[in-house]
Design a binder for this molecule. Structure first.
Ligand SMILES: [Zn+2]
Length: 582
């Protein structure tokens, strides 16, 4: 076979490194000839619940794609979007580190399943998931590992240059909801090594043994660029940033430690606007205070929830001036010394934590319960639409009572439904009554193809007598009132006629004669007696001008109509009544 154990090992390793979504393989082994190392059989074993695990992961990836829409983002924004998603929804699992290959089944905290489904993972889970999501969005990336600090993270390539991204280390180990640092986001190797410190001694550990594996498109050639390390919208931001409709929202300290700012950023232009600022002071029981900001934000639909040390509020991003509402004042329940300390995802719930001191476990936890999907009522008209101006309708969410005002279109006149008929006086156009219309205009197509006003009327029909047999006429009809005109109904009609029937008793029967008209390809002869309906008794060709009815009963009175036709279109006729004498 020529395949050796080292071939197989490297194939397995590479397949699993490039396809982190394969989270259901328990073990991959092989049978080989120990004498020459040649492999004869491959054995891949799956975890017992492989199918269910696979399905849950597919659903979780779908959910990420629903939450994170990278469609209009620049590559750096795409990396940021996934960085924020991972740091905000996943918790670092510090429950012990084991080598996953020794765990029967699989310990998912090392893989995408743990990261996206369980929302608990270690660095390998974060990094493999990041790799998978970036690859899916077309951003070149690779896994980076250091044996020395027993860690995994990512490198990404933007505009041809490589940068380090370590979502795990930006998501501090004791989970603080809503926290997302940006210290390891798009940085150079130099900065990475400088910032990699021993937590207790601040002694720089570095990651000098870094290995880059499984690059997806391009090959890694070092990360030296420092362009994203300062002056960026994420610089100095310690809380999760949220993206909506082209803008990134963040909260950070203002000009002094007492001030916070909520900023709306446009990454592509570098534009920024402070949409809300104020003071936020963490008072201790003794009246003194901590000198740091602890506010955070949380985006749910068009509402940006925020908290300061004291308040929870909501900014309505779609309102013209980003109006905000204060929802909760912690002083209504707690005295000084207890403050709001965190807000965001924790254990798959959106929580608010309050605490006696910052940077400790919460004293009390509440669910924020933002409305993640509004359920609108049927709406109330607050301004009626007219023929000249739009109206407004106010909808209220049945779950959270958020209100939105929606413009309703100007009133419109319905388009008339027009019927055509050929009569002895000409072409008759008739239509339905259009609600709100005070008049109707009929335009006729001229020889040059333009339409000219034929009649303006308030009746529901007109007859156009300026016609000749064998010709087709075009019309446009609109309904109108003092303010507006409806959409146009276009019709056309072939005119045939008028065929006048004559009748004469002969010894063979009743002889019907008629005048031929231009354009007819046949004449249909109908007969009725008394009040009965007309019956078709003969179809004569276009050359005929008379026909003898040999069937009638002597002494009875008959009415004959000769109707000109072209294909299925009938024309105008004048019937004749005769008493049969035989
Ligand atoms: Zn709602």
């Amino acid at each position: 076979m020529g395949v050796t154990t080292s071939n197989v090992k490297s194939v397995f390793v590479n397949i699993l490194a490039l396809h982190p979504e394969i989270v259901y393989v328990a073990n991959a082994s092989y049978v080989y000839n120990s004498y020459n190392g040649s492999v004869s059989t491959l054995v891949i074993s799956y975890i017992p619940n492989a199918k269910k695990v696979r399905e849950s992961l597919v659903a979780a990836v779908k959910e990420v794609n629903k939450q994170v829409d990278t469609k209009n983002m620049k590559p750096a924004e795409i990396v940021l979007a996934y960085h924020e998603y991972l740091t905000s929804t996943v918790e670092y699992d510090a429950s012990g580190i084991k080598d996953y290959s020794t765990v029967y089944g699989r310990d998912h905290k090392y893989d995408m399943y743990g990261t996206l489904v369980d929302k608990k993972a270690v660095c390998q889970g974060y990094a493999e998931t990041m790799n998978y999501l970036l690859k899916q969005s077309g951003v070149p990336c690779a896994l980076a590992t250091s044996q020395y600090i027993n860690h995994a993270w990512n490198v990404v390539r933007i505009n041809g240059k490589w940068y380090h991204v370590d979502a795990t280390w930006d998501d501090p180990v004791t989970d603080l909801p809503g926290q997302s640092r940006h210290d390891y986001f798009l940085i150079s190797t130099d900065t990475l090594n400088r910032r990699t410190k021993n937590a207790s001694s601040s002694y720089s550990l570095g990651r000098y043994d870094t290995k880059i594996s499984a690059a997806w498109t391009g090959s890694y050639n070092g990360a030296t660029d420092k362009k994203y390390e300062s002056g960026q919208m994420w610089s100095g931001v310690e809380k999760v940033m949220y993206y909506r409709k082209g803008y990134w929202y963040c909260i950070k300290q203002g000009s002094s430690w007492m001030d916070f700012q909520i900023i709306k950023n446009r990454f592509s232009t570098g534009g920024k606007k402070v949409i809300l600022s104020g003071t936020s002071v963490w008072y201790k029981t003794d009246g003194s205070h901590y000198t740091k900001q602890y506010g955070s934000i949380f985006l749910a639909q068009e509402s940006l929830y925020f908290h300061t040390a004291r308040y929870i509020g909501r900014i309505d991003l779609d309102s013209p001036k980003n109006e905000y509402t204060l929802l909760y004042d912690i002083r209504s329940k707690y005295s000084d010394g207890v403050n709001i300390y965190a807000m965001g995802w924790h254990n798959k719930q959106i929580v608010v934590w309050v605490s006696n001191t910052p940077l400790c476990n919460p004293r009390d936890a509440y669910l924020l319960a933002p409305c993640l999907k509004h359920s609108w009522n049927s709406g109330k008209v607050t301004k009626k639409a007219t023929y000249t101006s739009t109206g407004t309708k106010l909808y209220t969410c049945k779950k959270c009572s958020y209100k939105k005002s929606v413009a309703t279109p100007k009133l419109q006149l319905g388009k008339p439904v027009v019927k055509t008929a050929a009569t002895v006086k000409g072409i008759r156009l008739s239509w339905n009554k259009v609600s709100g219309a005070t008049a109707y205009k009929v335009y006729k197509k001229t020889k040059s193809g333009k339409y000219q006003l034929l009649r303006k009327t308030n009746t529901l029909s007109i007859v156009d007598g300026r016609i000749s047999s064998g010709k087709t006429y075009g019309y446009k009809i609109v309904a109108c009132n003092a303010y507006t005109t409806s959409k146009v109904t276009t019709v056309s009609r072939l005119y045939l006629g008028n065929v006048k029937a004559r009748a004469k008793n002969t010894n063979k029967g009743v002889k019907i004669a008629w005048n031929k008209v231009a354009g007819a390809d046949s004449y249909r002869i109908y007969r009725k007696s008394g009040n009965s309906a007309y019956k078709l008794i003969k179809i004569a060709g276009s050359g005929a001008a008379s026909w003898v009815d040999s069937k009638p009963v002597a002494g009875k009175k008959y009415t004959y109509a000769v109707v000109p036709y072209k294909k299925q279109t009938g024309g105008a006729y004048t019937p004749v009544t005769v008493s049969c004498k035989r």
